[in-house]
Design a protein around this ligand. Structure first.
Ligand code: C2O
Ligand code: CU
Ligand code: CU
Length: 504
């Protein structure tokens, strides 16, 4: 029998061995999670499927001259891969929705019917319209119910989009497939010699993360992913491994990041430069030559790329260079890379007119007439320290005035900031004048940790003291858990009313 000190030594040795095993196991688990946390489809994508082009939505014009669209929110099944039927949601179909198109000056009405098993909403992202038509969390549509918002389109030609906005379930509803484009046309843009044949030399490119689990569309948040859902591959317009045949020298891509959490950095595989001609709220003053463009969830960019006869080029998403620390970058998907879309040029191409040197005059305020400056400090725990409360109005603005908003990400992770109803100008980004890609009309802006942006926003109304608009992080899970606030537009001297309580 061992003497007492010896027994103690054995016990200690045993404890040490156990601790060592535990530490090894933890290190191995973290290393595995680390290695597993970055994904890439670069070089392995075969581009086997022609890109689906969302159809242009049919519309009718009623006796009063209003253009009327119909959107049915439905459940269905989609074969992203042949023989693998996956449950999805869509507008007028099983996944995504048709492209709505209207011209500035038109009145539009959208007849929305909810045939889903859950209440939802349809929000017109980027649209200037009355708060009651906005489709935010105060305009819930119950299962089986209908909603018919109507407004006059009064903003420059642009690439907008629509998606649900039910408080607490937006990530889920968008990830299941509820999203579509809404294109605005106007006189000045239609007179410019830009590629504009829809689906031919003017291509909608709705990019989303996805992951298939058997026949299910996965939505799980992986460990350490406090960013929300990230997929292991991308699709465009609901097409996996997509290619698009092009027959023109210049091709315009309307890029929309419709992912719920992923920030993409779009570039071509051969590093070719392209012209950025438009941002969230419409055309830039002049084309900007870039070789990459980062887009965070909700942002859009219209780019024009030059093709040579017979060639192929791949639109990729590269690693995120946003100054995140290595841990945050890895676990928020910043190390991931994707082959997004292959463009295949015909052996002879139709000549395209050269891009104009100047596009459109600016439509956004320059901030010189701002009547108030406000600060918005962003963390995943809320905005200015508060979580979203549907019955609290956070900000009241006066119709017809311009304001300056300083949005500051004071968190350790990346966020972005989206404002309903208006397009803003970025006056300052991270202490410097904005880069060309941030120089146009914006409704959503990406904010890496410790980055601040100064925005000028003009609230042209109409006023509605009882219905608020939203501002929020467009990483949709952050929005769902409360990284959102409400602002109301009132007439001078008017007070914002408390929004009515909802049954949802
Ligand atoms: Cu695209 Cu409030 O959302
Ligand atoms: Cu919006
Ligand atoms: Cu966020």
């Amino acid at each position: 029998m061992a003497s007492p000190p010896r027994r103690l030594r054995r016990l200690l040795l045993g404890a040490c061995a156990l601790a060592l095993t535990l530490v090894t196991a933890i290190v191995a688990a973290v290393a595995w999670t680390w290695a597993d946390a970055d994904v890439s489809t670069v070089g392995t994508t075969e581009f086997t499927t022609p890109l689906h082009i969302p159809p242009l939505a049919a519309s009718t014009v009623d006796a009063a001259g209003t253009r009327v669209f119909s959107l049915d929110m439905r459940t269905g099944t989609t074969e992203f891969e042949p023989g693998r039927a996956t449950d999805t949601w869509g507008f007028n179909g099983s996944y995504l929705g048709p492209t709505l198109r209207a011209a500035r000056g038109e009145r539009v009405r959208v007849q929305v019917r909810n045939q889903l098993p859950e209440a939802s909403t349809v929000h017109w992202h980027g649209m200037h319209l009355p708060a009651a038509m906005d489709g935010g969390p105060h305009q819930m549509v119950d299962p089986g119910a209908a909603w018919a918002p109507e407004w006059a389109v009064d903003q420059p030609a642009s690439t907008l989009w629509y998606h649900p906005h039910p408080h607490g379930a937006t990530e889920d509803h968008v990830r299941r497939g509820l999203a579509g484009m809404f294109l605005i046309d106007d006189g000045p843009s239609s007179h410019l010699p830009l590629p504009s044949a829809y689906g031919v030399d003017d291509i909608p490119v709705i990019v989303q993360d996805m992951r298939l689990r058997g026949t299910r569309l996965d939505g799980a948040h992986a460990i350490f992913r406090d960013i929300g859902f990230l997929g292991d591959r991308t699709m465009v317009n609901g097409t996996l491994s997509p290619y698009q045949e092009v027959g023109d020298e210049l091709v315009r891509l309307r890029l929309l990041n419709a992912s719920t959490a992923r920030t993409y950095t779009f570039a071509f595989d051969d590093g070719r430069p392209f012209a950025m001609i438009g941002s969230d709220g419409g055309l830039l003053e002049r084309p900007a030559t870039l070789d990459r463009i980062p887009l965070s969830p909700g942002e859009r960019a219209e780019i024009v790329v030059r093709m040579r006869p017979g060639e192929r080029t791949v639109l990729r998403s590269e690693k995120l260079a946003a100054g995140l620390d290595f841990w945050a970058n890895r676990f928020s998907g910043g190390d991931d890379t994707f082959d997004v879309l292959e463009l295949r040029a015909a052996s002879t191409l139709r000549p395209s007119p050269a891009l104009p040197q100047n596009l459109v005059p600016p439509s956004i305020p320059d901030g010189t007439d701002s009547v108030v400056e406000r600060r918005f400090d962003l963390t995943s725990a809320g905005i200015n320290g508060e979580r979203m409360d549907l019955s609290r109005i956070d900000t009241t603005v006066t119709r017809g005035t311009t304001e300056t908003w300083i949005v500051h990400n004071i968190d350790g992770m990346a966020h972005n900031f989206h404002v309903h109803d208006v397009q803003f100008r970025v006056l300052d980004y991270d202490g410097a004048p904005p880069a060309p890609e941030l120089g146009g009309a914006k409704d959503t802006i990406f904010l890496p940790p410790n980055t601040a942006a100064t925005l000028a926003l003009r609230f042209d109304g109409p006023a509605d003291p009882t219905t608020p608009y939203m501002y929020h992080c467009h990483l949709l899970w952050h929005e769902d858990v409360g990284m959102m606030g409400q602002f109301t537009v009132v007439e001078p001297g008017q007070q914002a009313a408390t929004p009515p309580k909802h049954s949802h």
